[in-house]
Design a protein around this ligand. Structure first.
Ligand code: GDP
Ligand code: IMO
Ligand code: MG
Length: 422
């Protein structure tokens, strides 16, 4: 009986999908609390690869209930496509998926404004899923929510009202053709039938389940360094992937959270723009990308790759309150003669031991590395910690000491069986 938050501890794509799938075996409910279809969480079962964008990764375990909290922004068509894809793969969804009535809807103008903004002067390298513009409307109190799908006249009024403003913006500011209001209204009025069955008062449901003894795993999307408040602003997403977001994004208070689990990739990756002190733009970075198949699960973009950054992960541990971590993709480091770990930053001749969130500073730091010996053996079939090569154990010991965490899971491949639990 417990409530745990699982957070990405770097810039996303740490392998949250795989670890949620492993851990959800021990939980009754898995809930997403922020982000939207910008997420791409991969779960490999046998020869089949599932990439989930909106539905919690617990859906692949029979009998587990999955919940999408109020903090998530939902593209209704993307959600229905994902449901259809899972059902085609014999995954039962009805009665197992609930969506918060207060979650905001991604509208066609959000996606359009996202892509227009990316062509402007402040490029972020977004996923183009309309995430930023949707959260803008949420906080401007102009958003349209899941519950609005059930009141046709109100839904129509809200869409008209929003489009009046958005069409002026598109035409006058962006010199773009206006959107067809009637087309969007008819498209969104039709979603009620398909989505009605999943709508729930999520906080009431989760509290009731906790009082009955249910355990809940709260699945973060993105990663701490993409957090709009604590990440490398402005090169971030527009929500709070950090553990605090799990409370506001579900209606569960901090007093109900028992533990925070960090997912940490054994090296570092980032997609999109923004500072990345340990990035390797040489053949070593290329090797990490090809061995680790580091290409975006949502957009297919090549991920930027670099060495492990203990300063960054140490910061992430503190702001998330991480106690235990799952280290993923350790197998990808097999075959490197030596492996570097960043243990500090040099900024204009001064040693920085803590993580500067200012992008300007971070763009100009020089990482200070310690170099560890690598190992040459394939570890993808290793069944227990003791059987790992000594150098791999030393590497794990070193990064956990430098970042200040305790390791409870080591992932050595994308499959369920390639997991060492400590
Ligand atoms: P998420 O967004 O954090 O869920 O991560 P992604 O699914 O975007 O990216 C992680 C990728 O690494 C996926 O292709 C996973 O199948 C894969 N993966 C997860 N854990 C491991 C691991 O331990 N070793 C290897 N080689 N691949 C892994
Ligand atoms: P998962 O959950 C990695 C990045 C984008 C961009 C920035 C803003 O799979 O780890 P957005 O579309 O959110 O406005 O883009 O955030 N980004 C991710 N990077 N993993 C993700 O999700 C990401 N979701 C967004 O590349 O830099
Ligand atoms: Mg991903």
């Amino acid at each position: 009986m417990s409530v745990s938050v699982l957070v990405g501890s770097q810039w996303g794509d740490e392998g949250k999908g795989k670890i949620v799938d492993i851990l959800s075996d021990r939980f009754d409910i898995v809930a997403r609390y922020q982000g939207g279809a910008n997420a791409g969480h991969t779960i490999q079962i046998g020869e089949k690869q599932f990439i989930l964008h909106l539905i919690p990764s617990g859906i692949l375990r029979e009998n587990k209930i999955c919940v999408i909290g109020n903090g998530v922004v939902i593209d209704p068509q993307a959600l229905l496509d994902e449901i259809e894809f899972l059902e085609k793969n014999d995954i039962k969804i009805k009665g197992r998926l609930f969506i918060s009535q207060n979650a905001h809807l991604i509208m066609p103008y959000h996606k359009l404004l996202d892509s227009i903004s990316e062509k402007g002067t402040q490029k972020i390298g977004t996923t183009g899923r309309g995430i930023g513009p949707c959260y803008i409307d949420k906080y401007a109190r102009k958003g349209i929510r899941i519950i609005d799908l059930l009141n046709k006249s109100e839904l129509e009024r809200k869409i008209r009202q929003n489009l009046e403003e958005k069409n002026v913006l598109l035409k006058k500011i962006y010199d773009h053709e206006e959107l067809d209001v009637e087309k969007i209204i008819s498209e969104y009025l039709a979603f009620d039938e398909a989505i009605d069955q999943y709508i729930k008062d999520v906080p009431a449901y989760l509290h009731e389940q906790i009082s009955k003894g249910a355990s809940i795993l709260l699945e973060g999307a993105q990663g701490a360094l993409l957090d709009v408040d604590h990440g490398t602003y402005p090169y971030v997403t527009s929500s709070n992937p950090t553990s605090g977001g799990a409370c506001t994004g579900t209606g569960l208070p901090p007093t109900k959270i028992d533990s925070v689990i960090g997912i940490v990739k054994a090296y570092t990756t980032r997609v999109g723009l923004g500072p990345f002190p340990t990035e390797l733009t040489d053949e070593t970075g290329e090797k990490l990308r090809s061995v680790g198949t580091e290409f975006g699960a949502t957009t297919g973009r090549p991920r930027r790759c670099g060495w492990f950054d203990a300063v960054l992960v140490g910061y992430s541990r503190i702001i998330n309150g991480i106690e235990r971590v799952a280290i993923t993709k350790l197998d990808v480091l097999s075959g490197f003669e030596e492996i570097k770990v960043c243990v500090g930053y040099n900024y204009k001749g001064k040693l920085l031991k803590s993580f500067p969130t200012s992008s300007d500073i971070l763009e100009n730091v020089e990482p200070i590395y310690e170099t560890l010996p690598g190992w040459n053996t394939d570890i993808t079939d290793v069944k227990d910690y003791d059987s790992l090569p000594k150098q791999a154990k030393d590497y794990l010991g070193f990064i956990s000491e430098k970042s200040g965490f305790e390791i409870s899971i080591i992932s050595i491949g994308p499959r369920r069986s390639q997991t060492i639990q400590l």
